[in-house]
Each structure stands twice: as C-alpha cells, then as structure tokens.
Design a protein around this ligand. Structure first.
Ligand SMILES: [Zn+2]
Length: 193
C-alpha cells in the first residue's frame, strides 16, 4: 500500500469511477501530504484563485514517472512549487478543506491526462482498499522514526453537504488553469453521498 500519508489514515469516501474519481482520505496521525511517486510537479496552486470553494481548491498535481497524473486536492497549505522535481515521500502540502469540500480531507486521484473526464483506478495503483476504514501503509518519515500518535478519537463522519452550494459549474471557462500557452479544465466535482 502506498498512501499520501504518514501513519494511520481513514478512507472516508470510496473511489466510484466517474461518480467520484478518487479516494477521500483523512490523515489520523499526521496532516502532511507526501508525494506517492517520483515525478515533476506540473501544478501547485489554486484551481481558481478567484473562487477558493471551486473544485480541487488548493491542490498539487504530479506528472509521475509512469506517465500518469497524481492529484492531491483540497490542501490548506502547499509545500512545493510548480516545476519542482519530487521524490516519493517528499512532503508537498498539508491536508485541508479548500475547494468543493465538506470537511478536511485529501481527494487523491490518478488521471491519464491533466484534465477532467478520464481517470484511472487509484485503488489498483496505490493498493489502498476501496472500502471505508482506517489503514496504515507503514510509512514513517526518516527524520522522525517514532511519531507520537494522536489520541484515538472518533472518526470524522461524512459531513452532510446540505447547505453548501454547488459552485463548481462554470459557464464561461472561469477558473481554468493555464500552463504555458495551454488551458486545462481540471474541475473536480466531489460526490455528495
Ligand atoms: Zn473526493
């Protein structure tokens, strides 16, 4: 298993293909998000600088050495920069609740392109079970071999998104990401069930 977390983490929403193209993960021992593959950061920033509740919010996308695009969404802080070369386990950000999100978590997904609409099976790639529950991939940071676990607390329930407007639909290309001379629509729409 190869998760973006150190220590224990929780799967709070399963991978459901086009209905939810990644796993929602919550760190239990640490909120640090680390790269899960060697590669190049092709984007680190807001999906939409003008609307921090849109889509992935503040996110990092790594073009992995396998040719796929690894997304880490909804971060509260970014700890890398666009263009950086990263190695698996490098810390790239801190879990958060930015974008179209209903509680602090990381939307972790893998796509074959830097755009919405196609996805790969993140569970098959990562080895993380596609089932709600608490897991630990065994990774501990080398500089801190004995992290102090946080006291056991009740798991974060799936939040009820009853009052949050769906503001990910753009009529005019609002919020698209421009890298060089190309424009990308990476919008993530979190499933609400
Ligand atoms: Zn998600």
């Amino acid at each position: 298993m190869n998760s973006p977390y150190c220590g224990r983490f929780q799967v709070t929403q399963q991978f459901k293909g086009s209905a939810h193209d990644g796993l929602d993960l919550v760190g239990l021992d640490s909120k640090e998000i680390h790269a899960t593959i060697d590669g190049k950061v092709i984007y680190a920033g807001w999906e939409n600088e003008a609307n921090h509740k849109q889509g992935f919010g503040q996110f990092v996308c790594i073009l992995g050495t396998d040719g796929n695009y690894y997304y880490y969404g909804h971060m509260s802080q970014i700890k890398t920069t666009t263009g950086a070369q990263v190695h698996c386990t490098d810390v790239i950000g801190i879990e958060g609740d930015t974008g179209h999100s209903f509680g602090s978590h990381c939307h972790y997904c893998v796509r074959p392109i830097f755009a919405a609409g196609r996805f790969l099976d993140v569970c098959a790639i990562s080895g993380i079970p596609n089932a709600l529950g608490i897991y630990d991939d065994g990774y501990r940071p080398p500089s801190n071999p004995t992290p102090t676990p946080t006291p056991a607390s009740e798991p974060t329930p799936d939040p009820e998104p009853t009052t949050v407007p769906d503001d990910t639909t753009d009529e005019d290309g609002f919020g698209r990401i421009v890298i060089g001379d190309k424009e990308y629509d990476v919008t993530l729409k979190e499933a609400k069930d």
